[in-house]
Write a protein that binds this ligand. Structure first.
Ligand code: GLA
Length: 371
């Protein structure tokens, strides 16, 4: 079934709001797929995500009773937050008061809103559904409170919201990608100084995302454990972060070895994109996957099968994307023929593993904005 149009989604959001009168406003924030540079953002490293054409839209009207309410078109329940922050409703509601506080800290006027949320970013899949939600909610509260925040500032505030709402000590990549996305471009982000360079994606290359059908489960606790292991490795070398480590210094530590090699892969990938060299792009993706599988330990046997089947079906390369432990694989394939590659790989993966994959070609999209 095709995704609903933005106009249809706005109508459905307006229908879901409690407050019957007042002007309706809305913002959108995209999910992202990370092309290369995995588990390196919290090591001050380089990453290369792109915002995708799947997003979260938050619509609202003002409320006059001081409460903020929120509902999702996809999830049950209704969030209800009093002015003092006391909250009832589903667990995702934790993002709402955190976003309201973040907007006020950025300089927006305090507001009371009737919010409705809808998303085409698959949850729990490594495509940053949580970052899309937090960026959209902070931008909604800023906009309603009379502030148009600088997008880098917005991203960093949304990252704090996500940490507060989920307890997972995520890095900055996802929110920066969602806030700063550029259509038809990937973003080379230096997570140490937060500089961002847009890198064009040649139109003849298709970015194919295949959800493995395996929901991530251990992602939160394993993620925090990987992060502290990396920080400990840097400390024991007397370094501020693994960004400063050489391959020789980390040769005996698989986690740190992944980080150092992965940071180097990002600029090699950027060079291959600029040179229009799909063979090199594919090899870098496969090297990255092997490193996440063998050194960083965040793949799963079924996901390794999916990567192999995508390559056997004609993709240049593929790798697990996002935090790992399930979720999505990203592949680069020739645009002509990508549908056949996706179908063949999905069919063989389903037979081999018993999981039900879902595949979709994504395009790089622009970042968070009013809509
Ligand atoms: C999650 C986190 C990001 C990043 C990736 C792994 O998506 O939110 O900050 O660390 O995992 O690269």
């Amino acid at each position: 079934m095709p995704d609903p149009s933005r106009a249809d989604r706005l109508v459905a959001l307006a229908d879901a709001l409690d407050a019957p009168v007042g002007s309706l406003a809305a913002v959108r924030a995209p999910g992202r797929v990370n092309l290369i540079g995995e588990h390196v953002d919290y090591n001050d490293g380089l990453v290369l995500p792109m915002a995708i054409d799947r997003d979260t839209i938050v619509a609202w009207r003002s409320r006059s009773d001081g409460r903020t309410t929120a509902r999702s078109l996809e999830l049950p329940g209704r969030v209800d937050t009093a002015a003092d922050g006391e909250r009832t409703g589903p667990t995702w509601g934790a993002f709402v008061p955190a976003a309201a506080r973040a907007a006020v800290e950025l300089g927006a006027a305090p507001v009371a809103l009737d919010l409705a949320v809808t998303s085409t970013v698959p949850p729990g899949g490594g495509l940053s559904s949580s970052a899309a939600l937090s960026v959209a909610l902070v931008l909604a509260h800023c906009t309603a409170g009379g502030l148009d925040p600088d997008r880098r500032t917005l991203a960093l505030a949304a990252r704090e919201v996500e940490v507060a709402a989920t307890g997972v000590p995520v890095g900055t990549m996802d929110q920066l990608a969602s806030a700063l996305g550029v259509a038809d471009h990937a973003l080379r982000i230096d997570c140490r100084d937060l500089t961002v360079d847009a890198v064009a994606i040649p139109d003849e290359l298709a970015i194919l995302v295949v959800h493995s059908g395996i929901e991530r489960t251990l992602a939160g606790s394993e993620y925090a454990q990987r992060r502290s292991a990396c920080e400990e490795a840097a400390r024991s070398l007397g370094l501020a972060s693994l960004r400063d480590a050489s391959p020789e210094q980390v040769a005996g530590d698989p986690f740190a070895r992944h980080v150092v090699a992965e940071i180097a892969r990002v600029d090699a990938f950027v060079a291959a994109l600029r040179a229009g060299d799909p063979g090199a792009l594919g090899r870098i993706l496969l090297d990255g996957h092997a490193s996440l599988r063998d050194d960083f330990g965040v793949s799963l046997p079924a996901i390794d099968v999916l990567v192999d089947e995508l390559v056997a079906a004609g993709a240049y390369g593929a790798r697990i994307t996002g935090a790992g432990f399930g979720g999505c694989v990203v592949a680069i394939a020739p645009r002509d023929g990508v549908a056949g590659i996706a179908d063949r790989a999905a069919a063989r993966y389903a037979v081999a593993t018993g999981h039900t994959p879902r595949s979709f070609v994504v395009r790089a999209a622009s970042g968070a904005a009013p809509c």
